[in-house]
Ligand binder design. Structure first.
Ligand code: BT5
Length: 251
């Protein structure tokens, strides 16, 4: 795996930084090409869910990766990104974060950052568009996000400097990316920083499937291990996790 050399392209407005970067990747853009937009008009999360991206309210960022590690470890790219964002928010603004499997950063149990890693085919081979959305302020949050999302300004009490966070993020990504060669180190670092990795009572939904249980670590490829009330261990590779209270667990 080569060292990451980010090169940032800036836009005032885009439908989605991930979509624009996928277009550049299909035209042969090299690893490290990155996009920042002041706003996204069709920012997205997993399963085509919307990512609220009002002008000036967030860091909307995507970087093109051409990983050389085996594809079964590619889910760890999301883990690597969560570690890098955690470093950047701590270093640039003193914000401490928790990681919720698989792709959220939380502060005070509310979402401050979402990560969307998408694998795409390009003429130069399979690549990953790694998209990161960090809430800087929540002035323009839609009402449904008010109780579930937070922002750097809400946590620290003042509007943060987007460029400082971006610079810290690029440095942190460059530090963590080569460590994907040692997947065990990424999993260990992630597990140390996530309250969701071990001993958390959760519900995991994936379409019509819903599981409840206690988390018991992650597999080497990042799958979440869940011990169900019947004592069975399930390894989950996709889904939405929410924390639950013990009285709500179905037996
Ligand atoms: C994510 O999806 O959390 C991935 C978000 C990735 C956004 C970045 S921004 C740059 C790049 N370009 C893009 O188009 N996307 C990436 P998911 O886990 O599916 O969460 C989506 C859910 O988070 C939504 O259904 C809402 O409930 C909630 N949400 C939407 N906007 C939010 C925001 N700004 N802050 C916190 N939560 C939000």
């Amino acid at each position: 795996m080569t060292f990451l050399k980010p090169k940032v392209l800036r836009f005032e407005s885009l439908p989605s930084t991930n979509t624009e970067l996928a277009r550049l990747a299909s035209e042969g853009a090299p690893e490290g090409v990155s996009i920042v937009a002041d706003e996204q008009t069709a920012g997205r999360g997993r399963l085509q869910r919307a990512w609220s991206s009002p002008k000036g309210a967030g860091l909307y960022f995507s970087i093109l990766l051409r990983p050389t590690i085996p594809q079964n470890y590619w889910p760890l790219i999301t883990f690597m990104a969560a570690l890098a964002v955690g470093d950047a928010l701590r270093e640039a603004c003193g914000v401490q974060t928790d990681i919720k499997w698989p792709n959220d950063l939380l502060s005070g149990e509310r979402k401050i950052c979402g990560i969307l890693a998408e694998a795409i085919e390009t003429p130069a081979g399979r690549a990953v568009i790694l998209g990161i959305g960090i809430n800087l302020t929540q002035n323009a949050f839609p009402p449904e996000l008010v109780n579930v999302a937070t922002s750097v300004s809400e946590v620290v009490g003042e509007a943060p400097d987007r460029e400082e966070i971006l610079a810290s993020l690029l440095e942190a990504l460059s530090r963590w990316y080569p460590l994907l060669e040692q997947p065990g180190q990424i999993v260990d670092a992630w597990s140390n920083r996530s309250s969701y990795g071990m001993g958390k009572l959760v519900q995991v939904s994936n379409g019509d499937d819903v599981w409840q249980g206690t988390t018991c670590g992650v597999e080497p490829d990042g799958a979440l291990r869940l011990r169900t009330p019947g004592g069975e261990i399930r390894s989950l590779r996709a889904g939405d996790v929410s924390s639950i209270r013990s009285s709500k667990v179905a037996s």
